[in-house]
Design a protein around this ligand. Structure first.
Ligand code: IDP
Length: 150
């Protein structure tokens, strides 16, 4: 069964013009973009999205970074999409992320790690609802899914 994840290209990814390269990795893998939105995240939205980290020492700098310039919010669909995307994205610390992952190939610093991806189906649901209205997620089928899935 196809599941959905929330993915966000953070301000450094957009400002460094890496959007095309990053989206190509998801598309080439066989995943499907079902929603996309360029937005400058407000302080309120950033604080809600990262609510679980509010007591961490890096929280304020994280909010400042995420709200500093436009981000690209996405919903991506596919089988086992949460774990497949987390593998493509790589470890939180880009210096430790494997080469071949997005963070491993494009980033250097925890505080500039260029991309967010949901860590569970539960958080995906919460994050999709935070960033998108129901009618902004387009649940279409494409015929080449037959060449991607058995
Ligand atoms: P994740 O993005 O890989 O799921 P989380 O632990 O949920 O990692 O942290 C959320 C975000 O907070 C990270 O992507 C990163 O931008 C930032 N962050 C996490 N730990 C640190 C830190 O130690 N210093 C600076 N930023 C951090």
């Amino acid at each position: 069964m196809s599941e959905k994840s929330f993915v966000m290209l953070k301000p450094d990814a957009v400002s460094r013009r890496l959007v095309g390269k990053i989206l190509a990795r998801f598309e080439e893998k066989g995943l499907q973009i079902v929603a996309v939105k360029l937005l400058q995240i407000s302080k309120n939205l950033a604080e809600e999205h990262y609510g679980e980290h509010k007591d961490k020492p890096f929280f304020n700098s994280l909010i400042e970074y995420i709200t500093s310039a436009p981000s690209l919010a996405l919903v991506i669909k596919g089988d086992d999409v949460i774990s497949v995307i987390r593998k493509i994205v790589g470890a939180t610390n880009p210096k430790e992320a494997d080469l071949g992952t997005i963070r491993g190939d494009f980033a250097m610093d925890m505080g500039r790690n260029i991309i967010h991806a949901s860590d569970s189906l539960e958080s995906a649901k919460r994050e999709i609802t935070l960033f998108f209205k129901e009618n902004e997620v387009i649940d279409y089928d494409i015929s080449d899914n037959l060449w991607i899935y058995e």
